[in-house]
Write a protein that binds this ligand. Structure first.
Ligand code: SF4
Ligand code: SF4
Ligand code: SF4
Length: 254
């Protein structure tokens, strides 16, 4: 029997960066074993990190980074006008990311101190969905390439992309890791969306929640755990605020 022949239309794809380290775009060009298959699904129209080609006739735009300048707003609006589907990918794009730490400090004074009075235009950091409609968000600092590959296959085949609703703890326990709470540390694994293969906790580093809140998590129980273990609420608040991914989950110091 002959193998079935599948036909599909390549996605007219573009990738753009805003305020960020570009590590998420780098992930798209990562994972050599599947790179050829991955790019066989895409008709890359614009993607500065991998190609000098530059075309404006894309259908799907992957947008990385947060917004921190007025010219970025204009560029993002133009991308939104062109793209049938706009995907915010990476924690900076989805939540503001580490860039949001800047919002805690007075902008004028900080610029004066760091840039010695040179003129620098910078606005409070905003996530992509604060400016334009986002059709799909893929979190992660950086994004997980395997997850991006699955989602691109979903988009090419017209099926609904899905991400885990359960928390990082599930993946961490699958790896038989010692729980960092048992070592006296606060870990955001119980309330953070899985999908990263518990990469940090497998290296004995507590989860800082870069993938944002998990739908299937129990935040009150998590708070109870932090309290039972006598761990610092201030540390907890610092961790929850690190990527700006838990805006709705403010805790008060006791
Ligand atoms: S989410 Fe992380 S890896 Fe991705 S661009 Fe932002 S800082 Fe870089
Ligand atoms: S180390 Fe963190 S992610 Fe792993 S089981 Fe403990 S709380 Fe969950
Ligand atoms: S363990 Fe937590 S901080 Fe680390 S990659 Fe996964 S979600 Fe992000």
């Amino acid at each position: 029997m002959k193998n079935p022949v599948y036909t599909f239309e390549k996605l007219k794809f573009a990738s753009f960066e805003f305020t960020c380290c570009e590590g998420c775009q780098l992930q798209l060009a990562n994972r050599e074993a599947s790179l050829e298959a991955f790019f066989s699904l895409l008709d890359v129209r614009t993607f500065r990190e991998i190609s000098s080609e530059k075309h404006d006739d894309y259908d799907i735009a992957f947008v990385e980074g947060s917004i921190s300048r007025s010219d970025e707003i204009e560029r993002l609006l133009a991308i939104r006008r062109q793209a049938k589907t706009l995907v915010a990918f990476g924690t900076c794009a989805c939540f503001g990311g580490v860039n949001s730490l800047k919002n805690r400090f007075p902008i004028k004074e900080s610029i004066a101190e760091v840039y010695d009075g040179l003129p620098v235009e910078t606005l409070p950091v905003r996530k992509i969905s604060d400016i334009v409609k986002v059709d799909l968000s893929i979190p992660g600092c950086p994004v997980a390439k395997e997850e991006i590959e699955r989602i691109v296959v979903n988009l090419v085949t017209g099926s609904l992309p899905a991400m885990p609703k359960y928390p990082v703890c599930v993946e961490c326990k699958e790896r038989l890791n010692t729980c960092l709470f048992d070592l006296g540390e606060i870990c955001l694994g119980p309330v953070t969306r899985a999908g990263c293969s518990a990469v940090c906790t497998s290296g004995k580093t507590p989860c800082l929640g870069c993938r944002g809140p998990a739908e299937d998590s129990n935040f009150p129980a998590f708070m109870e755990l932090v309290k039972e273990r006598g761990l610092s609420r201030r540390d907890l608040q610092e961790k929850l605020g690190f990527y700006n991914a838990f805006e709705a989950y403010t805790v008060h110091e006791t």
